[in-house]
Design a protein around this ligand. Sequence first.
Ligand code: NAG
Ligand code: NAG
Ligand code: NAG
Ligand code: NAG
Ligand code: NAG
Ligand code: NAG
Ligand code: NAG
Ligand code: NAG
Length: 538
Amino acid sequence: MAISIILLFLPLIFFSSFSSSTIDRLSGASSLSVEHADDVLTSPDGVFSAGFFPVGDNAYCFAIWFSEPYSEGNRTIVWMANRDDPVNGRKSELSLRKSGNVIITDAGRLTVWSTDTVSASSVFLYLHENGNLILQNSEGGVLWQSFDSPTDTLLPQQLLTKDMQLVSSRSQGNYSSGFYKLYFDNDNVLRLLYGGPEITVYWPDPELMSWEASRSTFNSSRIAFLDSLGYFSSSDNFTFMSADYGERVQRILKLDFDGNIRLYSRKYRMDKWTVSWQAMSQPCRIHGTCGPNSICSYVPHFGRKCSCLPGFKIRDRTDWSLGCVQEFNLTCTRNETGFLKMSNVEFFGYDYGFFPNYTFGMCENLCLQICDCKGFQFKFIKHAHPSNIPYCYPKTQLLNGHHSPNFQGDIYLKVQNTLPIQEIGLDCSSTVVKQLNRTYTKHQENASLKFVVRFAMVVGSVELGVIFIVWCFFIRTHRNSSAEMIIDPKLEGKYDKGRMEILFEVALKCVAEDRDARPTMSQVVEMLLHQENDTELV
Ligand SMILES: *[C@@H]1O[C@H](CO)[C@@H](O)[C@H](O)[C@H]1NC(C)=O
Ligand SMILES: *[C@@H]1O[C@H](CO)[C@@H](O)[C@H](O)[C@H]1NC(C)=O
Ligand SMILES: *[C@@H]1O[C@H](CO)[C@@H](O)[C@H](O)[C@H]1NC(C)=O
Ligand SMILES: *[C@@H]1O[C@H](CO)[C@@H](O)[C@H](O)[C@H]1NC(C)=O
Ligand SMILES: *[C@@H]1O[C@H](CO)[C@@H](O)[C@H](O)[C@H]1NC(C)=O
Ligand SMILES: *[C@@H]1O[C@H](CO)[C@@H](O)[C@H](O)[C@H]1NC(C)=O
Ligand SMILES: *[C@@H]1O[C@H](CO)[C@@H](O)[C@H](O)[C@H]1NC(C)=O
Ligand SMILES: *[C@@H]1O[C@H](CO)[C@@H](O)[C@H](O)[C@H]1NC(C)=O
């Protein structure tokens, strides 16, 4: 009897748990529970949905996403209420109160988020066709809307105004607030900044004046806006047009976790987003990528790569944003300090000062006098006035480093010359940070390509290991006649220049932008032996 009753109700249980009834508005005193997969608000055309989304183990955020594709792993999130305060998977809910307030409670207790609204008349919450979640009263007044508090994404028709900002997420799979912001600055210019230990702006190019970057500081309305055809305009005169301008496609403007801002578009219901515009074409110019004491270089087809500076080692192999730490402590004794030149390398910000028309010697002396000086940037600036004179920038920290053949300037690192040279390693563990040219959805991984890449990386590290051993051997057998790594100011040019150049070349090829440009094992041995023979003959 009992069994037959169960059998009778089984289809009912089955269907009730799998059919999805769409909710188009919340009114009265009502709520959406984290425990019910069906508790999702849907826009009238079905394009957008709002509900609880899993962001980690038993951690949920109330979010708005594109309803298609349905699978959780592929969902395109466009807004989040409590990105930095995820709630428990049991008893958490979003509730509309009779008072007119909307709150999110964690496990039935703590309020982690609220709209802070009150209303004498009745209110209702609904999702507009443009993706805007709106709290409205019965007179039609808007009490609150999600468009006023964007997270990392701007939808067409959504305004970015003076008190708003887009904040990137922490990483690919972590939706918490990250380090990058798009906002209107005090001078009315729309900018991208990196909020690391020190706040630095990297877009528009900080070396240009606003007017040189075609930005206007005069219009104080501070409004930016993307239209549905793919045209973006900002009150500081910055505009762009998407590559597929005019096509009726879905679009999102997103500040990605890597600090680049990209416009994505896709055909309706197709799940692949393609990049139709991006702010930074040179990804290493985005600040904060590789953390302190490391250099970012761009490897075509791979993406950005981080390398530790000579004398430094990586802090955490899984997180390059933490950068590298010094393998030994620098003393402040003048006669024990020298400089190592790295060409076409720039470190942005953290200047002790700005010293125009300083000769190399003056700049070097300045850095030696300052204990905290980690090195100095020495370059000629085209646009500066007066032009064609050298500019000296002693650095208190080595951050936002990047290597580019296009960069006309060198960095001189302060190094200790009394320590055995073997201690100065060059950590070339090249981790590809991320792809620039990716579509938003995950690529199907190509197994054979993956194998080739892994194989190449293994061969590469073995190669580098051998280079290092040979290098150490070479240096050991020619200790301090070959102070190649370190230019001691006291030597005053009384060193073997040719030999130094060769070793520099070998060292710097390790951080070469292009993998193919790096020497093979046999080439290195040849270079070193050749050099040795030459000097023996002299
Ligand atoms: C996301 O990153 C933040 C900051 O590092 C961390 O506190 C949080 O636990 C991470 N969340 C997940 C789900 O990994
Ligand atoms: C994402 O969508 C693609 C294509 O529909 C599918 O093959 C893939 O399994 C999905 N990924 C996840 C994580 O659901
Ligand atoms: C900004 O654009 C407007 C209209 O196109 C133009 O009149 C104005 O001169 C521009 N301002 C600057 C500073 O370029
Ligand atoms: C300022 O920018 C707004 C928005 O782009 C525009 O409508 C307005 O005409 C601009 N004002 C001036 C004086 O250019
Ligand atoms: C450098 O100095 C700090 C503090 O003085 C010390 O904690 C650290 O161990 C030193 N590092 C090395 C490599 O000697
Ligand atoms: C540097 O100078 C100090 C005293 O001025 C001296 O004690 C030390 O030995 C010198 N070091 C070297 C490497 O010459
Ligand atoms: C730069 O300094 C030199 C002397 O060191 C001086 O002759 C020259 O006029 C200076 N140039 C500028 C542009 O200040
Ligand atoms: C990015 O991808 C597009 C199309 O897939 C390709 O034409 C373009 O060359 C790529 N750009 C880079 C920098 O790899």
